[in-house]
Design a protein around this ligand. Structure first.
Ligand code: UT7
Length: 331
């Protein structure tokens, strides 16, 4: 009889390489800011931008391909591709493009949008398909090209964001290494961070008009999002840890959405996690939205920081607003 493996293991990670770099110094030539302000308020020193000829889809495919190579999994064995993104190449979705690029012909593929929480939401969603025995091999990608939607004349937002993509491969296993999770949304705070569609009426006939408009650049109330993150993220991690029957003392690595070094420090302090247990790559990448967690995970795995069996408390937070935490063991 076929054995149903309903535990979830994370068996490979990958990220896209973006050679184009935008430093704080260059930004200070575009808007009224300085390296000193950006570094001291955010911890960001540079961010990477998508190159001409690349797209959200090509970055996502690159990250997925690397993750599959690390996992030793052939694209043909993948059954589901979940692409967490808010910046698809096509509003109908970009995951199918990734499926085609990879040659993952047996996989169903779709996009999932939860802004900077997207990767955590997608990881948990993917895990449910494995736990219910539907799929055995899944690729989860977090990718965003926020540079497309950044107002490059707005110093309060343009210094924060970068482009990127990261991916993980999940497989069914006899032991469940997704130990606990908690996901949250609060649409009443939506106005604090948005990339809204602005409708412009376009008359078809004197009586009938349709909406023809476009998306307007990212608008954020930084202070409110900061307060939201510092208060809600520790709570959601504690809830996820509770579900995992663990405490903060059991965490090897705290892996937060890379929005602001001050947020990472404040959350770690509230949870009493030592600074050397907090993964941070934002000095090099800035805030890459759905990509930030898998990108930091992949860098830490490849650097040998994260070892097989390590317990990681990941947490995403951002527009929606959405926030969530997943506690998992690597490998
Ligand atoms: O991924 C989604 C999640 N996003 C976040 O988590 C972002 C959360 N928020 C933050 O990280 C911070 O609120 C920011 C980094 C966005 C801003 O830092 P802050 O310490 O909250 O600064 P502030 O907005 O309170 O602004 C302080 C001052 C203001 O000047 P005045 O009014 O005091 O004269 C701003 O106009 O800094 C000014 N300012 C800047 N100055 C130089 C704002 N942006 C800049 C800038 N360069 N780039």
């Amino acid at each position: 009889m076929e054995q149903f493996l309903r535990g979830v293991s994370l068996v490979g990670s990958g990220s896209a390489y973006l050679p184009l770099t935008l430093t704080n110094h260059t930004l200070s030539q575009l808007v009224d800011t300085s390296d000193e302000w950006i570094t001291s308020r955010t911890g960001i020193r540079q961010r990477h931008l998508v190159s001409h000829g690349d797209s959200l889809g090509t970055l996502a495919s690159q990250a997925a391909r690397q993750a599959l190579a690390m996992a030793g999994v052939e694209p043909g064995a993948v059954q589901l591709i979940l692409l967490a993104t808010s910046t698809p190449d096509d509003l109908f979705g970009s995951a199918c493009q990734v499926q085609a690029d990879l040659g993952a012909t047996q996989a169903v593929a779709f996009d999932l949008t939860a802004a900077c929480s997207g990767f955590v939401f997608a990881l948990v969603t993917a895990a449910q398909y494995i736990r219910t025995g539907v799929f055995q091999t899944v690729v989860v990608v977090g990718a965003d090209v926020l540079s497309r939607w950044t107002d490059w004349s707005d110093r309060s937002t343009c210094v924060l964001f970068g482009d990127g993509a990261g991916a993980v491969v999940l497989q069914a296993s006899d032991r469940d290494r997704l130990l606990g999770f908690e996901l949250c949304s609060d649409g009443s705070l939506n106005d604090h961070l948005k990339l809204p569609y602005q409708a412009v009426p376009d008359p078809l006939t004197p009586e009938l008009s349709v909406q023809k408009g476009g998306f307007t650049p990212i608008a954020m109330n930084g202070r409110e999002i900061y307060k939201f993150a510092v208060s809600r993220v520790p709570q959601v991690i504690e809830k996820a840890l509770f579900r995992a029957d663990l405490t903060t003392g059991d965490i090897d690595w705290l892996l937060l959405h890379q929005a602001n070094q001050r947020i990472l420090d404040a959350v770690a302090e509230r949870l009493q996690v030592a600074p050397d247990r907090v993964l941070s790559n934002m000095a090099n990448h800035g805030n890459t939205s759905a990509a930030s967690i898998p990108l930091a995970l992949d860098e830490a795995v490849r650097a040998g920081q994260i070892q097989v069996g390590d317990t990681i408390a990941a947490a995403g937070f951002g527009a929606g607003v959405t926030w969530g935490s997943a506690i998992f063991q690597w490998g």
